[in-house]
Design a protein around this ligand. Structure first.
Ligand SMILES: *Cc1c(COP(=O)(O)O)cnc(C)c1O
Length: 382
């Protein structure tokens, strides 16, 4: 691993996580036990959601979500191409076809509801927006579209843990959290996420019918978990085939420790985003994404869009020379060899974003001097 002076992201781990792991080791119970149950309860409470199911990772959560609403051959699922590959992969592996819609703008790289509407056909089954960088997609419009056309809404909320929805007027209709607005919401606790367990995820729903299905699909299609069997000594039935997408007790215990730090960590991330915004004020070559919505963000990513591809390359090089790590979220899915021949419709803003965006360091431990240094370096590039 390269030794960056200013890395993109650093884990906020300490004695809380070590104590949590030790508690599980001392208990000698490793799977589907009290830690998973408590993690689900605490997560659902933070979300004000009826159900939260801990799973092995967010890719598993997306796969379960697609199965829970019976997405399969012949179905189309509308989603952004500026996204991690998991949602498109799971759509294809469920036997359905992803249909890619463009983003709203370079400053708002989430699903454009007007383009989504033009792509709806009788085969459309679901819409899967992604809350880019922890900033919510235009959920009022997407919820309304789904209602009007009878579609399911799955929120890929992997970036947005702990973010609450506000509409264009800045109102929070019901104080609804990202992931609890549509039918299903997916979260990732991968090592670089705001809440990190290494591997892990959560699938959230307010629908009791989907909750029952998810619980069975997550664990082989069994009607009872091993923990419940351990407690009640009853048997189990298989109503339909399922997966093993469970989370284990060690990861759940560490997840609970991380959940305890989440909201303060997100606030620190927002403060740093505001500092970045201040530093980039009036810098005409750079667009900071979602700069006007920082107060509603989970602050997962700090992303700027350069005025050209060359400018982006210069910036990446300048920062690298100063020991500052950058990344890119994300290359357009349409550029991957497994996708570009199948999905030929060009998406203009998606392509521009993919050519010009850079991800800059952001994590709760990042120092303001480093933010200032980065914005000075960016401004100085000719
Ligand atoms: C991290 C991430 C995923 C995948 O999460 P895993 O837990 O690694 O499976 C999916 N979608 C988005 C937007 C992500 O950021």
């Amino acid at each position: 691993m390269a030794d960056w002076r200013v890395p993109l992201s650093v884990l906020d781990y300490g004695v809380e996580e070590a104590d949590a792991a030790q508690r599980v080791i001392a208990s000698k119970w490793l799977s589907m036990g009290p830690e998973v149950a408590a993690f689900e309860r605490e997560f659902a409470e933070m979300q004000s959601a009826r159900h939260a199911y801990a799973v092995a990772n967010a890719t598993a959560a997306l796969h379960l979500a697609m199965h829970a609403i019976d997405i399969g051959p012949g179905d189309e699922v509308i989603q952004p191409a500026i996204n991690f590959i998991a949602s498109a992969n799971m759509t294809l592996l469920a036997g359905a076809t992803p249909v890619f819609a463009d983003i709203c703008s370079l400053a708002e790289p989430t699903l454009d509801p007007a383009h989504v509407e033009r792509l709806i056909t009788p085969r459309t089954k679901a819409i899967v927006p992604m809350h880019y960088g922890g900033n919510l997609a235009r959920m009022s419009e997407l919820v309304e579209l789904c209602k009007r056309h009878g579609l399911a809404l799955i929120e890929d909320s992997c970036h947005a843990v702990g973010a609450a929805y506000h509409d264009a007027q800045g109102r929070a209709p019901h104080g609804v959290m990202a992931g609890s607005i549509g039918d299903l919401g997916t979260f990732s606790f991968y090592a670089n996420k705001n809440l990190a367990c290494g591997e892990g995820g959560m699938l959230v729903t307010n629908r009791d019918d989907l909750g029952d299905r998810i619980q069975m699909l997550r664990s082989h299609g069994m009607t009872r978990s091993s923990w419940e069997r351990h407690q009640s000594r009853a048997g189990y039935d298989i109503a339909r085939p399922g997966f093993n997408y469970r989370l284990d007790e060690l990861h759940a215990a560490i997840g609970r420790a991380q959940l305890g730090k989440l909201l303060a960590g997100n606030q620190r991330r927002r403060d740093l985003l505001a500092r970045y915004r201040e530093g980039l004020q009036g810098a005409e070559r750079w667009i900071m994404v979602f700069a006007e919505q920082i107060e509603h963000s989970s602050g997962h990513l700090m992303v700027v869009v350069a005025d050209s591809t060359e400018m982006r390359a210069k910036a990446v090089e300048t920062l690298r020379e100063s020991g500052i790590q950058t990344s890119m979220h994300y290359p357009s899915i349409l550029e991957f060899s497994g996708f570009r021949d199948r999905f030929r419709t060009p998406l203009e803003l998606t392509q521009e974003f993919s050519n010009r965006a850079i991800t800059l360091p952001l994590h709760p431990g990042l120092r303001t001097e480093h933010v200032d240094e980065i914005t000075h370096l960016l401004r100085a590039i000719q």
